[in-house]
Design a protein. Structure first.
Length: 338
């Protein structure tokens, strides 16, 4: 029987939660750290008393047998549901032709629900910013503000962070520079997200649209998703290249340009809007800069048993919610095997 290990998971997105759940199920003592106020990472929902809107991941698919089984558990638990939007394509249809047979799933009653469901029973330290790692004879120390040690020593450490954040954190550890180089080789792209609030229901003839022209790449009527309550809301995502070129612009200027693009699609001015800037929304097609990194990416995670240190995340496994969950599970399996 494997003895119980004390394991720190830094990051409470889908990859980190998947890894943590599988490790805890195997009998290990797992603690999850995240600088945010809640779990879920980019499976995120903005909520007020009057409205809600998913402003990160918009839906997910299930292609692998393992994730289909996990999704079935989410559906049974009431935290995921099938979304069947009326889809439209604007611009060059050949640039993105939606698969008519593809099943699109969402968290219910909001996109954060599956992450919150997975986090039940885990030890969480939210609003806790891990800023450094230190390897000692007793194990790994996590350092917070002013080099303050967080929660004792750990036998294993998992970084479930976007590649640039993982690279930055790993630079504090001299023994892990190869992992830092792998993460640093990955380019992640930004995305401006604009949430629109309307006083009355808005029917444009579609519930979601792929946009292949101008600054927008995705438009969705959030209110059309199952379980959503409150006032009418729509979500606009800007194109990755357009976003990257404007990451330093003011939110007001970005919103004006995105609203103008939405108006060209028939969208009226909203009663109110909220903008959010995702610095690390997804991984670009040229994400990995060298052959060694590409080889590691194919393994779904990075694990260094000699350091008792590993990385997981969607950027290591093709992106998307399913890729993140599989990456976390793969790392948990490698940790348990060693």
């Amino acid at each position: 029987m494997t003895s119980s290990l004390r394991i720190a998971v830094i990051g409470s997105g889908m990859a980190g939660l998947s890894c943590a759940v599988h490790l805890q199920a195997a009998g290990h003592q797992v603690t999850v750290f995240d600088k945010s106020r809640g779990v879920g990472g980019r499976m995120s929902t903005r909520r007020t008393e009057a409205w809600q809107c998913d402003h990160g991941a918009q839906y997910f698919t299930a292609r692998s047998e393992a994730f289909r089984a996990e999704l079935a558990r989410w559906v049974q638990g009431g935290v995921a549901a099938l979304w069947t939007p009326r889809l439209q394509v604007f611009g060059d249809v050949a640039a993105h032709r939606p698969d008519a047979n593809l099943q699109r799933w969402v968290g219910a009653p909001q996109m954060t629900a599956p992450a919150q469901w997975l986090a039940q029973g885990l030890t969480l330290h939210l609003e806790t910013h891990v800023q450094g790692l230190r390897r000692e004879a007793q194990g790994w120390r996590l350092l917070g503000d002013a080099a303050r040690v967080l929660d004792g020593a750990f036998d294993r450490v998992v970084l479930a962070l976007p590649a640039p954040q993982a690279a930055h954190l790993l630079t504090s550890c001299s023994q892990a520079q190869d992992l830092a180089a792998h993460a640093d080789a990955v380019r992640m792209r930004g995305c401006w997200a604009l949430m629109l609030h309307y006083a009355q229901p808005l029917d444009l003839g579609f519930d979601a649209a792929f946009v292949n022209t101008g600054p927008l790449r995705w438009v969705a009527r959030n209110s059309s998703k199952p379980g959503r309550v409150g006032a009418e809301t729509w979500l606009l995502h800007a194109h990755a290249d357009w976003s990257d070129q404007r990451l330093d612009l003011s939110s007001e200027l970005v919103a004006q340009q995105m609203l103008a693009a939405f108006a060209a699609l028939g969208g009226p001015a909203p009663a109110a809007w909220v903008v959010h800037r995702w610095l690390y929304a997804d991984t670009g097609p040229e994400a990995l800069a060298d052959d060694a990194a590409r080889a590691d990416r194919g393994s779904a995670c990075l694990w260094r048993p000699e350091l008792a240190l590993g990385l997981c995340g969607d950027w290591l496994n093709g992106g998307k919610v399913e890729g993140a969950w599989l990456s976390g599970r793969a790392l948990a399996a490698q940790i348990m095997a060693t």
